[in-house]
Design a protein around this ligand. Structure first.
Ligand code: ZN
Length: 240
């Protein structure tokens, strides 16, 4: 790599693995560098942000973004996705239906959260049909011994929550918004509160005690934090 993660304002989490915290909604985008490949986790909140994200990610990876994993169908995570139309795009099964039939809701949610109307219209118009839908788990081989495990651990924050585990030292788990550090986990009308604690149990089983857990919003956390958040959500939603 010719530039370091830090020089571009990214946080390095493990060898070849990092993330940036995007402006506006403090949404995380992750990057995993393989051999001649690069996996991006989430795509930013608008096409313009996707363009900026792609430039930075490709500078860090030394090549194009070849794979994109979308953690869940919220605008701040997916509205930049069309910029990566040439990549292999992975999402949890069911997210295709959201993109096909719930565009108006996605757009409205984005505008309510402060995205300019023109940006929301442009991004919704450009939403693409997903190529790969993950039910259960899917292992991606990124070359050079680098793998990524995509796991459909939801429902919870939404009906279609995908986590991404990167084996290594340490292991890194991109949690999407199943975990939030910078504020209370957001439970909107599309959340499945009764199932959320179970989703976090699956997330903890996936990453184990020593993984670095990367929330959709906020600083990276450990297994103890995720377990506490699981218990708080169970109490908040009255789940035994
Ligand atoms: Zn979300």
């Amino acid at each position: 790599m010719s530039v370091t993660w830090e020089e571009l304002g990214w946080e390095r989490l493990a060898a070849g693995v990092g993330r940036c915290r995007l402006p506006g909604w403090d949404c995380t985008a992750g990057l995993v560098v393989g051999e001649g490949t690069a996996l991006l986790v989430d795509a930013g909140s608008s096409l313009a942000e996707g363009v900026r994200l792609r430039a930075r990610a490709e500078e860090l990876a030394g090549g194009r973004v070849t794979h994109l994993a979308l953690t869940h169908p919220h605008f701040d995570h997916v509205f930049g996705a069309a910029v990566f139309a040439g990549a292999e795009v992975y999402r949890a099964v069911g997210l295709d239906a959201v993109f096909a039939f719930e565009r108006a809701e996605l757009r409205l949610d984005a505008v309510r959260n402060g995205l300019p109307v023109a940006d929301a219209d442009e991004a919704v118009d450009a939403l693409v049909t997903p190529r790969h839908l993950v039910s259960g788990e899917w292992t991606l081989d990124l070359g050079g011994g680098r793998q990524a495990l995509l796991a459909n651990v939801g429902p919870g924050h939404t009906a279609h929550d995908l986590a991404v585990l990167i084996p290594g030292s340490p292991e890194v788990v991109f949690c999407g918004d199943l975990v939030e550090e910078s504020g209370e986990p957001q439970a909107g009308p599309d959340a499945v509160p009764a199932r959320w604690p179970d989703a976090l149990d699956r997330l903890l089983a996936l990453g184990g005690e020593d993984a670095v857990y990367v929330p959709g919003h906020g600083a990276a956390v450990d297994a103890a934090f995720v377990r506490r958040q699981r218990d708080e959500l169970a109490a908040r939603f009255g789940v035994i």
